[in-house]
Design a binder for this molecule. Structure first.
Ligand code: CA
Length: 508
């Protein structure tokens, strides 16, 4: 965006924001008696822009202005962060990740925040009191808190999708069990639902070619309640997925499905499968981000008559993906910052109702208006030239600073109804079972050992899974060897280490 557009937006926002100032001057407390300007290191996709209207508004209310330290052209977050830390010239406020805050905090580059929160940040204090899990999550090994997290609402992240118009055409219902899902994929393969007389349908595909949780065939593990990594079971025990019997059952079935042509032959290599296979009317079903996948309906409905890519309930009865509620990202205060008290008060503003509204919705009067106590986006945001997220981010809203994202009131306003209703269906039926592992290593040595084990085991499991799925090796014939391989790689030591880390976390 050009400087001209930014200043034009500021100008046209003047009247409205001044009105807001008067209305809310009583409720927002100044973070500093005198106006001050603090430097900030922040980059999420693009670097902090000192002209963002949202932060200008915050400055009016709090007396604290921010000046970005990165050039607008900066693109490499890791490199720019490492360079700053190595230089010793650290911005007053730093936006980054939990791991870095804890590491450099314990080296005294960032200050502990818990006492400052107690004394000067009533909104953050209240949030942490009401959410003890959040407090535990952001507490470092030395019991200090080095960052205020970006907290997201809304649990549903990914869902299953199926071509509803194909089901209708074949006289089939949405599958409710794994066997029914298998039968649907089989029917897609054999009964020509796209009607071109060729068996060109690709029943299951995934646009992500890697081997992580959300990629390639890995979501299919969920159908048998299997995991490919460490997780916490329903009794709270630390388990390693590939050692469990359901893992074997899952990979056996996935290999069978692949052999029968129910899974994209190019599942490990085809990038952009969602776009390619939906636009050419051959893709049948996937597991993917709910919002962006539901949005494909608008893209293809004119091109493909009847096109309907619908959210379906998880055929295995469970959904293992979940939005991380408490962010690994957030902001902290450099040891060299001369205004720690003012800074924590400024941070607290972003946890106040006014700050949260500003961070989520932008500028009142321009981007949203209040109706019945709720912020409602203006028509220029909802139906503007740019999509809602781009519009808001260019104003400085929806940035991953230490604040709270209000999913219910924010995303719901512009999400495609297919995504909105689909996400609601997942919530209403309690499908989401988040069993992801969270721990806190007791020492640096433990942390290093755990990541070394993780990397080795993970590579081994992924490679073996791929051999099985592609049919290079038979699951029954090689499964025992696989288990001995894990044991040789000291999987039991790894599990013991993770249990120790988990116990340490729970004890906080
Ligand atoms: Ca066909």
């Amino acid at each position: 965006m050009s400087a001209f557009v930014v200043s034009a937006m500021l100008l046209c926002g003047c009247q409205n924001t001044e009105k807001t100032d008067m209305a809310e001057s009583d409720t927002v407390k100044k973070a500093s008696e005198k106006p001050i300007t603090l430097s900030i290191y922040q980059i999420d996709m693009d670097a902090f822009d000192s002209e963002w209207p949202v932060f200008k508004q915050a400055e009016k209310w709090t007396n604290v202005g921010l000046e970005g330290v990165l050039a607008k052209s900066t693109t490499d977050a890791d490199q720019s962060f490492n360079m700053m830390m190595a230089s010793g010239d650290i911005a007053d406020i730093v936006v980054n990740w939990k791991e870095n805050f804890n590491k450099y905090g314990m080296q005294k580059a960032f200050i502990p925040l818990q006492d400052l929160i107690d004394k000067h940040a009533p909104n953050i204090k209240k949030y942490l009191e009401e959410n003890p899990e959040a407090r535990r999550f952001i507490t470092a090994r030395d019991n200090n808190i080095y960052y205020i997290p970006y907290v997201t609402d809304g649990k549903v992240q990914m869902t299953w999708f199926v071509r509803q118009d194909w089901l209708d055409k074949l006289g089939l219902e949405q599958p409710k069990t794994v066997d029914e899902y298998y039968n649907v994929l089989k029917a897609f393969k054999e009964r020509d639902p796209n009607g071109n007389g060729i068996a060109d349908e690709i029943p299951y595909f995934n646009r992500n070619v890697g081997a992580n949780f959300e990629q390639s065939v890995t979501p299919l593990l969920m159908l048998w309640n299997a995991y490919s990594e460490i997780y916490i079971n329903d009794s709270g025990e630390v388990c390693y997925g590939p050692l469990e019997p359901q893992f074997k059952e899952a990979v056996k079935n996935i290999a069978k499905w692949y052999k029968e042509g129910l899974i994209d032959e190019e599942i490990y290599t085809r990038s952009n499968a969602r776009e390619t296979l939906l636009s050419n009317n051959t893709g049948g079903s996937t597991h993917d981000w709910c919002g962006s996948t539901a949005a494909v309906n608008n893209i293809y409905k004119d091109k493909i008559p009847g096109f309907n890519f619908a959210v379906m309930a998880p055929p295995g009865g469970e959904e293992h993906s979940s939005r991380t509620q408490i962010g690994r990202n957030g902001w902290g205060i450099a040891a060299s910052n001369k205004y720690p008290e003012e800074t924590i008060k400024y941070f607290d503003f972003w946890f106040s109702p006014e700050g949260i509204r500003l961070a989520n919705f932008g500028i009142e009067g321009e981007d949203y208006t209040m109706a019945d106590g709720k912020a409602v986006f203006t028509d220029s945001v909802l139906n503007g030239e740019k999509d809602v997220v781009t519009h808001l981010r260019e104003k400085g809203a929806q940035r991953t600073i230490g604040t709270r994202q209000l999913y219910e009131e924010y995303e719901v306003q512009w999400l495609d109804p297919i995504a909105r209703d689909g996400a609601q269906m997942y919530l209403d039926n309690d499908y989401i079972k988040d069993r992801s592992f969270v721990g806190l290593p007791v020492s640096d040595e433990d942390a290093k050992a755990a990541s070394a084990y993780y990397a080795d085991l993970n590579t081994y499991v992924r490679e073996q899974m791929q051999k099985w799925v592609l049919g290079a090796e038979d699951v029954d014939e090689t499964y025992d060897d696989f288990i001995s391989g894990l044991k040789q790689m000291k999987v039991d030591d790894y599990i013991a280490l993770m249990k120790k880390s988990r116990e340490n976390y729970i004890s906080k």
